[in-house]
Design a protein around this ligand. Structure first.
Ligand SMILES: *Cc1c(COP(=O)(O)O)cnc(C)c1O
Length: 378
């Protein structure tokens, strides 16, 4: 079977974990966490990076930092992972779902302003497939209406919009290092604090509402409970694993981009014949090859393609069930305008295997042949 995803390990992970073990300091914010923070700050130019247990945890921290209150509204796409909405629902907010662009499947910036109300507090752009949202427009709308921008850059590590790394453009940004993302630590994530005014409180929220971080830096002489918070920091073993990945980030991204380019070239003919649409990368975006997908004619064709590939030992998968149509989405959220593009494209999208090493043993060629054969027959 050719799996949809296969976690790539650089070879240095266990060496770094053994060093963390040897250091005898296993809780969070030790040597390896500091090195991961330094890498993220250098890589993205964010004011402060903080490792978290997951992107979900980083989004929850962002909702706390934004002081989201019951009844507040947060604008986001419906075509996203549940955590984008859950983080705000946990604070009593109402996710307001705005449609996506037909080209990138990102939040349609031209439809955001119509969804803004007196209760709107934040916009959460999701950089689907590591392709940047139209951030200049989104930032301008947010400034006009005094809203925060919290980027869900779970899929966006090593990608950029107009030269600016994804996650480092809005007030706050959230990254994921889940096993299915480009850089991994099993479970893992980071909060990027771009608006400096949030930095001190972010540290406090992450450390159970205490000023422990300031205490260890010698900035305060007592370590005490100062705010609401929780435990959002991972231990050193996770950070040690992650550092090994970060140090290979360029090579991992290059390898993924090569695979992505192979698919893109192979399916140019299908697109020219109008059989399937390939991903669109706007000229001002540098993507990270997080995902390769095709948009086919309809749900029936997608189901048939997935079955055809499965019969050949290839696992291809669809993606999100739009949140506005999910049981919890209907209970907690509401539509901010028409969601026709979301409803249409979510039924037609199929993701192909993309993982470092896929091109060895001819596996990627098998995927390409399987897809090509399906369209030649149907
Ligand atoms: C993966 C993902 C998340 C969640 O990331 P975790 O680290 O698993 O919590 C959130 N949003 C998007 C868009 C994702 O792709």
């Amino acid at each position: 079977m050719i799996p949809f995803n296969k976690p790539y390990m650089t070879g240095k992970e266990l060496w770094y974990i053994s060093q963390a073990h040897h250091r005898g300091m296993l809780a969070g914010d030790g040597h390896f966490t500091r090195r991961c923070h330094a890498w993220l700050e250098a890589q993205t130019g964010c004011h402060r990076a903080l490792l978290t247990h997951s992107c979900t945890a980083a989004l929850e921290m962002a909702a706390l930092l934004a002081d989201i209150e019951p009844g507040d509204e947060v604008i986001m796409p419906s075509y996203t992972f549940v955590s984008t909405a859950n983080a705000f629902v946990l604070r009593g907010a109402v996710p307001v779902f705005v449609d996506i662009r037909p080209d990138t499947l990102n939040l349609d910036e031209t439809r955001i302003e119509a969804a803004v109300t007196a209760r709107t507090r934040a916009i959460v752009p999701v950089h689907y497939a590591g392709v940047g949202c139209e951030m200049d427009t989104i930032m301008a709308i947010a400034r006009r209406h005094d809203l925060l921008v919290i980027e869900d850059a779970a899929q966006g590590v090593m990608a950029a919009y107009k030269g600016r790394p994804l996650g480092a453009i809005g007030d706050l940004g959230c990254l994921s290092f889940h096993e299915t993302k480009n850089l991994i630590s099993g479970e893992g994530g980071a909060l990027l604090v771009n608006a400096g005014r949030f930095a001190e409180r972010a540290e406090i929220i992450r450390e159970k509402g205490t000023n422990r971080s300031q205490f260890f830096r010698g900035m305060v002489d007592k370590y005490t409970w100062v705010d609401a918070g929780s435990s959002y920091l991972p231990g050193e073993l996770i950070a040690a694993f992650l550092l090994a990945q970060m140090e290979e980030a360029e090579a991992i991204t290059a390898a993924r981009l090569a695979l992505w380019d192979n698919y893109h070239a192979a399916f140019a003919g299908l697109e020219a014949q109008g059989r399937a649409r390939r991903p669109v990368i706007p000229a001002d975006c540098r993507h990270n090859a997080h995902m390769y997908y095709l948009l086919v004619a309809d749900l029936a064709e997608r189901t048939a393609l997935i079955a055809h590939l499965k019969a050949r030992g290839i696992l291809a998968v669809f993606h999100y069930v739009p949140l506005h149509s999910a049981p919890a989405g209907r209970r907690y959220g509401r539509a901010g305008g028409d969601l026709a593009v979301t409803a249409d494209l979510s039924d037609r999208l199929v993701r192909l295997p993309l993982w470092v090493g896929l091109d060895q043993d001819g596996a990627q060629q098998q995927v390409i042949d399987g897809v090509t054969e399906f369209f030649a027959k149907s």
